[in-house]
Design a protein around this ligand. Structure first.
Ligand code: RIB
Ligand code: CA
Length: 309
């Protein structure tokens, strides 16, 4: 039996590659892809998600739109990283066949989880607004979810928006807090500590045999890799969201530790920071499985083998 999956995305460049990895892995019964305001607007994230499914010639996967803003805060788009269109200019002239389905993502999440109790894996690769709204409307879904894997936060390193905050948690820290405090039995945090090690290099792209996929990944990550080269003298693109999908595919790719985690929401300097109690100083039980290291070589072996499957 394929594992039932809901992928929640704010399709930007790395979300798009995560979608490709999840679909081409053929390991999941993808119940739906839910979209959220994040890197780009909800409309753009939804359009980009549909474009990626067209690229894969996958018309049967549902796309359901969700929140068009963070829970309490203003949108914080990341066009400097993902480009005006959100895909680095790739697929800009592609005609769109796939259309989003009716419905609202939080309701789709609730209904799917309750219909398939104990079977649904949630992989969250954008701000956690849709899951927070689902939890507010139907708190009992916590008991019926198989597992939650989310790309977000950073524990030992620096943030990528502020010195302490990673983008997905920075954009909607209130939603992240709701999710972390909901009481999920299995929730795994895939943060910058590990995703920054999963650097897509030119040589990885050259190994992708399908011309359309190779050209999409090359084009969409081109500016991202160029900027990375300017800063680090090596061409690379951090596979933040694809690694979250990778963890859903193969937990052995990462080392994890169980820690108490929460999110700062009332700080002038540290809003959106994932506060991880790695020294167990707080009177609180561990609630998150935190990814502390990654087998980068094994991840890219899996990545390339799926891309060429
Ligand atoms: O910090 C990286 C995360 O923020 C990724 O999910 C990227 O797509 C952006 O949403
Ligand atoms: Ca994302």
């Amino acid at each position: 039996m394929k594992r039932k999956l809901i992928l929640d995305v704010d399709t930007g460049i790395d979300d798009a590659i995560g979608i490709i990895l999840a679909v081409k892995s053929r390991q999941f019964d993808i119940l739906g892809i839910t979209t959220v305001n994040g890197n780009v607007s909800l409309e753009s994230a939804t359009r980009n998600t549909c474009k990626v499914l067209d690229l894969l010639d996958e018309q049967n996967i549902s796309v359901i739109k969700g929140a068009n803003s963070p829970l309490l805060r203003n949108s914080f788009f990341e066009h400097a990283v993902h480009g005006e269109d959100g895909l680095g200019g790739a697929l800009q002239h592609a005609s769109i066949r796939k259309q989003p389905d009716e419905g609202f993502a939080p309701d789709f999440i609730i209904n799917s989880i309750l219909n398939f109790s104990g079977e649904v894996t949630l992989v969250m690769t954008g701000p956690l607004t849709n899951l927070a709204l689902a939890l507010k409307k139907c708190p009992e879904i916590v008991k019926h979810v198989k597992e939650v894997i989310f790309m977000g936060g950073v524990v030992q390193g620096a943030g990528n928006v502020t010195p302490t905050a990673e983008y997905n948690l920075y954009v909607d820290p209130e939603s992240a807090r709701i999710v972390l405090q909901a009481g999920f039995a299995s929730i795994t945090q895939v943060g910058l500590d590990v995703t920054r090690k999963a650097l897509l290099r030119d040589e990885h792209i050259a190994l992708i045999e399908d011309r359309n996929l190779r050209e999409f990944i090359d084009k969409s990550t081109c500016d991202y890799r160029k900027r990375y080269f300017e800063r680090n003298q090596v061409s690379g693109c951090a596979m933040h969201d694809p690694l979250a999908v990778g963890v859903a595919l193969e937990k052995k790719l990462v080392q994890t530790g169980q820690y108490y985690c929460d999110v700062e929401t009332r700080s002038e300097l540290c809003d959106g920071q994932l506060v991880c109690d790695i020294q167990n100083r707080l009177p609180a039980h561990p609630n998150v499985s935190v990814c502390t290291d990654v087998n980068t070589e094994a991840f890219f072996d899996l990545f390339i083998s799926i891309m060429n499957s």
